[in-house]
Design a protein around this ligand. Structure first.
Ligand code: FES
Ligand SMILES: [Fe+2]
Length: 453
């Protein structure tokens, strides 16, 4: 880790020492790096199913270029790009019934890297049995293609979180490429203060005016990672919002256009997104926008805008003219401009950044476990059943206390009360968790009203 560098006098830029290096352990992802090896232990999305058609496509993960293809029998393969014969790229290969055929001399590769044919060889040749082409396992789920890039013996079951199967949700896949390191994009999800400034006060309200109210903030560990808890006063309402980090690099975000105006209990996920490492200085947000009438009360969602390099809310890619991005910056501009790899030794973290610091600690803890030869852990994967997640928006009616300090204390108390129900409730093993959590929140809201009255 680099040591801290601070300047303490006005006009002192000249005294700046050469910039310290980034925190390589947390940020670097190429082969053998601690963060890269950690993420390799989890299934990672590499493409949208809709992109894998008649032709193979090139994908990049962890600094490796690979070729993804769909054999005519429907199976997907993820192969090293250079043909095991003499290196021609398999992106020019032909998809056949049970594999991919190199264009140069016709070797045929199965989806698992098995060499099925070396047609220029005499029939009695056994060469193909003594070799295998490099391949990674693939799993397709709800319009996304996932790869597993870790040691075969440690391959986990594909985890199904409750939000993936939420009744009535339509999951629409999308991705956006960011020309910067993965961690600064991922940790933005644990930085609720930026919603107040970047998304509301700095230029215009990207989502709704209530986001500009500085909330009471807390950060709470969960069985799968952590959440932030923001609790805001909006008129007579108290709006409690949490976003999930599912370690190491999956995150979930609540309603995009929530405005705190209407009471609701345990409104669920609007975005499920992995921040995948393409290489040290490029990453992709890839996942689903969830479409559900409850998640879009003002009718602002637009499925047609979700797909390759696009999603249906403001400021998520670099497509806008530069001057407009300067005048009305969005998430993309704020995060990419932190440097190709943000340098932690140059930061000055504040109380607002407790979530970012906690996320880094949790990732370090996983890396330590791996260094000690253990599984990275924390995932509450259970065979059968769904894994609970904790992202939600809850709005309850509790009028303000006269004194502002007293009201801040009330907000913290309500934030904690609701979070205890969502995270610690004994209902996690139950199929009807949503209904049970909602019922408990309704009862809690009722009790608060009685307390106030
Ligand atoms: S280089 Fe691929 S078959 Fe010869
Ligand atoms: Fe944001």
């Amino acid at each position: 880790m680099s040591s801290k560098v601070i300047l303490i006098k006005p006009y002192s830029a000249y005294e700046r020492q050469p910039a310290p290096a980034e925190d390589a352990d947390l940020t670097h992802v190429e082969r053998g790096s601690p963060a890269g090896e950690l993420m390799r232990r989890y299934w990672q999305p590499v493409a949208l199913s809709s992109e894998v058609g008649e032709l193979p496509i090139k994908v990049r993960m962890f600094g490796e270029t690979l070729v993804l293809f769909r054999a005519k029998n429907g199976q997907l393969g993820l192969l090293e790009p250079h043909c095991s014969h003499r290196g021609t790229s398999l992106e020019f290969g032909i998809c056949e019934e049970n594999g991919l055929r190199c264009c140069y001399h016709g070797w045929l590769f199965g989806v698992d890297g098995t060499i099925l044919e070396t047609p220029g060889d005499p029939p009695e040749s056994t060469l193909r049995h003594s070799l295998c082409h490099g391949a990674y396992p693939v799993h397709e789920y709800k319009g996304l293609v996932f790869g597993y890039f870790g040691p075969p013996a440690a391959k986990p079951e594909f985890p199904i979180y409750d939000s993936f199967e939420h009744p009535g949700d339509r999951l629409v896949p999308y991705y956006i490429t960011y020309p910067c390191n993965w961690l600064q994009v991922h940790e933005n999800v644990m930085d609720p203060a930026h919603a107040v400034f970047l998304h509301t006060r700095i230029s215009f309200s990207h989502f709704a005016d209530a986001w500009g109210e500085l909330p009471e903030m807390d950060f709470v560990p969960t069985p799968t990672g952590m959440i932030y808890v923001t609790t805001r006063r909006w008129g007579d309402n108290v709006w409690v919002r949490s976003n999930d980090i599912l370690l190491p690099n999956l995150a979930q975000v609540g309603h995009v256009w929530e405005d705190g105006a209407t009471p609701k209990a345990f409104g669920r996920v609007a975005i499920t997104r992995w921040t995948t490492p393409v290489d040290d200085t490029t990453c992709r947000i890839i996942g689903w926008r969830h479409f559900h009438p409850d998640a879009d009360p003002r009718g602002l969602a637009d499925e047609s805008q979700c797909g390759p390099e696009s999603v249906d809310f403001f400021g998520q890619n670099g497509d806008r003219p530069y001057e407009e991005r300067q005048r009305i910056p969005g998430d993309y501009d704020a995060q990419v401009s932190q440097r190709p790899i943000a340098v932690h030794a140059l930061e000055n973290l504040t109380r607002c950044d407790r979530g970012v610091a906690m996320l880094r600690q949790l990732i370090r803890r996983q890396m330590r476990r791996m260094a000690e030869g253990e599984a990275p852990g924390v995932s509450a994967v259970r065979s059968g059943g769904l894994i609970p997640t904790y992202t939600h928006d809850t709005v309850i009616q509790v009028p303000p206390r006269e004194d502002k300090q007293d009201d801040a204390a009330l907000l913290r108390e309500i934030g904690k009360g609701i979070t205890d129900i969502v995270v610690k409730g004994p209902q996690h093993e139950q199929a009807d968790r949503h209904e049970r959590v909602r019922a408990l929140i309704h009862a809690y809201a009722e009790s608060r009203r009685e307390t106030v009255a």
